[in-house]
Design a protein around this ligand. Structure first.
Ligand code: NAP
Length: 237
């Protein structure tokens, strides 16, 4: 098993990309710790993944400094830290309240910032942050573009400041995850169908597609300081 006995924490592991990544890491032999802000959802995910391997769990709320400090301490020394967790409010610059933009920044930027700062990484450890192609291809949500750009900058800087721990940023385009359940009616299906027709890959990724990529990135010993786009060609179209 490639990851036998490696300690692998995923913050934001109860659905979507994080859940898929936790499952793959467990299946590869890692000691996986699943975390999110919900004790109930962490317990449910642990139950679902237990068959895949050694899976434990903690509550870590990325918007709560005390929760991050306690959770990272409980997680102990880590070989791998992935942080796909975030809750972001979409909205145009004109429509989105500043308070909502700041809450999104707190969740997707400051939460990971604090978590990496509190992490005890093993020598040769590997961190993966998650941004999104809105960083470089704005989609009418200025706060999201700013947040994703900030995450990408943080990843590049930490690759130097935390070396030899490796730090990379996974930058997905549209991924058909539970995140889009927030869309009313058939809008999720419509959005995915439209993207499938528009994207050069003529395909929209699942959580598993991104998780497989993230796991390979995290394990590659020559990869650090990179922002890795996985977007079906969205950025060039
Ligand atoms: N899906 C896409 O189209 C897409 C595109 C570009 C970038 N991304 C980025 O890729 C990452 C993963 O996306 P996804 O689609 O898998 O997201 P998702 O389905 O919405 O899952 C988000 C995860 O984060 C957890 N979470 C939310 N707020 C949290 C908090 N305060 N503390 C800890 N955990 C928290 C949620 O768990 P609980 O509710 O149990 O806390 C959930 O497990 C995100 O950063 C997202 O912005 C996604």
């Amino acid at each position: 098993m490639m990851l036998d006995g490696k300690r692998f924490l995923v913050i934001g592991a109860t659905q979507g990309i994080g859940r898929a990544l936790a499952g793959l890491a467990a299946a590869a032999g890692a000691d996986v710790i699943v975390a999110s802000r919900s004790a109930e959802r962490v317990a449910r995910t642990m139950g679902e993944l237990t068959g895949a391997g050694n899976v434990t769990g903690h509550v870590i709320d990325l918007t709560d400094a005390a929760s991050i400090a306690a959770g990272m301490k409980a997680a102990g020394k880590l070989d791998f830290l992935a942080i796909p967790g975030s809750a972001v409010t979409f909205g145009s610059f004109r429509d989105l309240d500043v308070a909502d933009a700041m809450a999104s920044m707190a969740s997707k930027f400051w939460g990971p910032y604090r978590a990496v700062k509190a992490a005890e990484m093993a020598a040769g450890g590997s961190v993966a942050l998650f941004s999104g192609t809105a960083s470089r291809k704005p989609i009418g949500a200025a706060a999201l573009t700013a947040i994703n750009s900030a995450v990408e900058g943080l990843g590049r800087a930490l690759a130097l400041e935390l070396a030899p721990v490796r730090v990379n940023v996974i930058c997905p385009g549209l991924v058909d995850t539970e995140m889009w359940e927030r869309l009313p009616g058939g809008q999720r299906l419509e959005m995915v169908d439209q993207a499938r027709r528009r994207l050069p890959a003529r395909y929209v990724a699942t959580a598993a597609d991104i998780a497989e990529f993230a796991l390979a990135v995290m394990q590659n010993r020559y990869l650090t300081g990179a922002v890795l786009d996985i977007d079906g060609g969205g950025l060039v179209s």
